[in-house]
Design a protein around this ligand. Structure first.
Ligand code: Q9C
Length: 623
């Protein structure tokens, strides 16, 4: 088990044989640069290496017409002039005598990756392929693409594994090609919209339809038709220069709410890295670390069964780094912190607003809201402890910590806080005797600040009070899920009612907790499950999984010792990078809950820009 890496050297054989500036960027070096960097970083040898095989003609027939497959086969025998003539009949395409072989390997790699993940040979994986696939159509090459690798993978997953209703989300990480907007097979060209059982998400460079391929059906209001209504989700980027905050906001406020509601059994990613900084096609600004975060977020879906297939990406340095970040995340490593402050731009928010509005009729997780708003790896079971006198000194203000087991545990927690902040340990979890929990939390916060944390995020679930003499100086952000009204006592002190339904829980986590957490950029996250926390084990696991993102994996979980000893084990596993269990069937949040949450977001979004989901925040705040 682990991360599969699919590749075949023969896929470097095809190249452009004549002068065509439009096609010159799709080079064999794209693959060699990515692979070389994976080797240098020691990432390749941590993966399960699989040599790609060719897809059979029958398999290509899952998506492409026999005539088109025969035509591409015929290019093996053509001379350069004939290849050039044929290429000119398509938009941004070149053929080479080895194109057919390469394209069959690319498709075969995508199919093998699905096989590896669905048979359990691997948890997840990446196929490094060329030519890319997502622009190709049933009977046409397009935009460097010959066979639609990811569409073939989706069909194969449905047909060969009988995944019922949720085989895949296709999320393309690229804007430029994503730009394509859609693989026509998963996207809106397919008659009723996306295939039944497939949720298709695409973000892409669009610029109000002034960017290639200029398709009306790439816009946010193209949502699928008939039975596919709502299963095509288009997020057009109308400006270049979108960066980390914009991509993250799109995930938190569009892709993930829908994806969790959909509850897929498999996630297929059209991984186009022309969305990364430096890319000549995409012209976007996302830094490579962003792909670690996006991948990590996707791994919280489908039991972590994520299959990524390379699409675009033409800046060799940026491509190679972004591929490494993706693989690191697939391997379960903590994601490096995102550089800079995270504030989504106005154009991104306008796009997010349009797609949420267009999709709201089809998704419970988006309903009611528009009305109101308008690390180094390794978890330890800590045995090491601070010296007894030191623990006693820190325990002094608290009677509950005076002696016995509580004091012993405090010694371990103090040591763990230091080690996580020093980077010696990635994350940690400790079970705390119930009567000592609040005091241990108080001391942990102080110790973290004392030990050099600039910003400390505390997510407390259950009846826990914010330590009363903690300064409200912006160094601590206190988020408390508890059984009372939503309230922002300050921008750094927020209470949220405990959500019962899965939908309420997801809206809270994706729509409030993560945007605040990413906006705050903490050095350390304390997650505390206290008295009457009310979370089911899968909910607690998902919360902890997602909170690995904002602080480079530096999470310390403090869990009340009783009454559920198995919870600590589940949390330890997700802190190691294992996928959390599914939340189970989606149930929508109550309108009251959604309204309370919307009101709270409205109060906070002036300060916390990652909460915004609309371009004109001022107009949409609750009246
Ligand atoms: N200046 C992929 O990324 N170029 N294909 C359009 C715009 C075509 C992109 C020219 C780009 C095709 C897989």
């Amino acid at each position: 088990m682990g991360t599969a890496l699919l590749y075949h050297e023969d896929m470097t054989a095809a190249r452009l044989l004549w002068d065509d500036p439009q096609c010159a960027i799709e080079t064999p070096e794209r693959l060699t640069a990515a692979l070389e960097r994976l080797r240098r970083r020691g990432l390749e040898r941590r993966c399960l290496r699989l040599a790609a095989r060719e897809a059979s003609e029958a398999e290509l027939g899952l998506v492409h017409s026999p005539e088109y497959v025969a035509l591409v086969r015929g290019t093996e025998a053509l001379d350069v002039e004939a290849l050039r003539e044929l290429s000119a009949q398509y938009d941004a395409v070149y053929f080479h005598p080895s194109t057919y072989h390469c394209a069959r390997l690319a498709a075969g790699a995508a199919l093998q990756l699905v096989d590896a993940v669905l048979t359990g040979a691997a948890h997840n994986g990446l196929a490094l392929v060329r030519p890319p696939g997502h622009h190709s159509q049933r009977a046409a090459a397009n935009g460097f693409c010959v066979f639609n690798n990811v569409a073939l993978a989706a069909k194969h997953a449905k047909q060969s594994y009988g995944l019922h209703r949720a085989p895949s989300i296709s999320s393309r990480m690229t804007p430029g090609e994503l730009g394509v907007g859609h693989g026509p097979f998963l996207g809106p060209h397919s008659g009723s919209g996306a295939w039944p059982g497939v949720l298709y998400f695409s973000w892409h460079r669009y610029e109000y339809r002034h960017f290639w391929p200029f398709l009306r059906e790439s816009d946010a209001d193209a949502v699928g038709r008939g039975r596919g209504l709502g299963f095509t989700v288009n997020l057009p980027w109308n400006q270049v220069g979108m960066g980390n905050a914009d991509y993250l906001a799109a995930f938190l406020h569009v892709l993930l709410p829908l994806a969790f509601e959909f509850d897929p059994e498999l996630v297929l990613v059209s991984a186009g890295f022309d969305s990364a900084i430096g890319d000549p096609e995409g012209q976007m600004q996302a830094t490579p670390e962003c792909f670690a975060h996006l991948t990590q977020l996707l791994l919280a879906l489908a039991g972590g069964r994520v299959c990524a297939v390379l699409e675009g990406g033409y800046h060799l340095e940026s491509l190679a780094e972004s591929v490494c970040m993706t693989v690191q995340a697939l391997l379960g490593d903590p994601a490096p912190p995102l550089p800079g402050t995270l504030v989504p731009c106005r154009s991104a928010l306008e796009s997010i607003q349009s797609v949420r509005a267009a999709q709201a009729p089809h998704w419970a997780s988006l309903q009611h809201q528009e009305a109101t708003l308008c690390l180094p790896p390794g978890v330890v079971r800590q045995e090491e402890a601070a010296p007894q006198e030191e623990a006693e000194a820190w325990a002094r203000p608290h009677g509950a910590l005076a002696q016995g087991e509580a004091l012993t545990v405090l010694g371990k927690v103090l040591c763990l806080v230091d080690r996580i902040l020093d980077g010696q340990v990635g994350s940690g979890i400790t079970a705390i005797p119930a009567p000592a929990l609040a005091a241990t939390l108080d001391v942990s916060i102080r110790r973290g600040l004392f030990h050099g944390a600039q910003r400390l995020l505390c997510v407390a679930v259950g009846q826990l009070d914010r330590p009363p003499d903690l300064a409200d100086d912006g160094r601590t952000l206190w988020l408390n899920f508890r059984d009372e009204q939503a309230a922002a006592l300050s921008v750094f002190h927020v209470s949220v009612p405990l959500p019962g339904a899965t939908g309420g829980f997801l809206s809270c986590v994706l729509g409030l907790v993560l945007p605040l957490a990413y906006g705050f950029q903490p050095d350390l996250v304390l997650v505390v499950l206290g008295p009457a926390h009310g979370l089911q084990d899968p909910q607690a696991a998902l919360l902890v999984t997602l909170l690995r993102g904002p602080a480079g994996g530096r999470v310390l979980a403090l869990v009340e010792e009783e009454p559920k000893p198995q919870l600590a084990g589940i949390l330890a596993r997700v802190l190691h990078g294992e996928a959390p269990p599914s939340l189970g069937p989606f149930s929508a949040a109550s309108p009251e809950f959604t309204q309370a949450l919307g009101h709270l977001r409205g109060q906070l979004e002036v300060h916390w820009k990652m909460l915004q989901v609309a371009g004109e925040a001022g107009d949409t705040v609750l009246s």
